[in-house]
Design a protein around this ligand. Sequence first.
Ligand code: PEP
Ligand code: MN
Length: 337
Amino acid sequence: MLIVMHHHATAEQIQTVEQAVAALGLQAVPIPGQERTAIGVLGNQGYVDDATIRDLPGVLEVIHVSKPYKLVSRDFHPAATVVQVGAVAIGNGHPAVVMAGPCSIESREQMLAAAQQVKAGGAHMLRGGAFKPRTGPHSFQGLGVEGLQYLREAGDAVGLPVVTEVMRIEQLDIVCRYAHMLQIGARNMQNFDLLKEVGRCRWPVLLKRGLSATIEEFLAAAEYILAEGNSQVILCERGIRTFERATRNTLDLSVIPLVRELSHLPIIVDPSHATGKRSLVPVMAKAALVAGAHGLMIEVHPEPDRALCDGAQSLTGAGFAELMGQLRHLQQALAGC
Ligand code: PEP
Ligand code: MN
């Protein structure tokens, strides 16, 4: 529920409304706006009878929010959230942040080479998977903790913060020890216990959209993290499952402006998993920035043809550097739009 106050409502009237909300056993969250204050109501698990609130002095309107997310919504939090990962800021008013690196951490040498290449190309963060959610059990499952060590060593060597996927609650402590940002993969977007646990730790989180998740389900998944007190969440559109098999997934670009309307959280795009095809990655990366993405996640491998995972969608170091040059020009052009 959202209680909108008159623009001339006094501080005392606002306080009376907050007390009336508390009397219902609910939590009042004041949302000061430029023109008027609103009061968000949290803690209800169903419809709230507003009889003791709607006629109080200073109340303009009571809106019953039926969406499964509140904390994530612009209604409850009009100001855009900027997520800080070390020195890197992701969100409105900041240049697009590019996270790049191999799908999987395969060896110390591979990770160091990839880190040097993406750093040289101008990436802001280094990615790499140590715990891999593979479709089949016979595929490479990742190096686990050894991989986390290589990732962090490589990130430190080139001065880039690192992001990596955590698949299970039991991995959370060890992943937090090495990573600057936690990634929740598409297959775990609705692993609600994991989301809650990640919400309790205060690490920044990259939440990927589920394979067939609607936007409402995507935002409701983020709500689980915010509801536990962690608002450092970045959403990531990585393509969704459709009837089309010519591309690995279908990149839903319209989700970017829509999420920017509905939510205050930053949103980035992963054109690598969205297309599954190296030749399509650069153009879709550019399209994502035009659509308003706050950043990109791009797979880069020193030798894509020998990659243990997702080589077909991975850029070479040279391909990445070329794309980054194009993105710089594009961002200059977009600044004038
Ligand atoms: C990945 O980033 O390597 C990955 C597995 O992505 P997704 O969860 O989007 O499939
Ligand atoms: Mn991958």
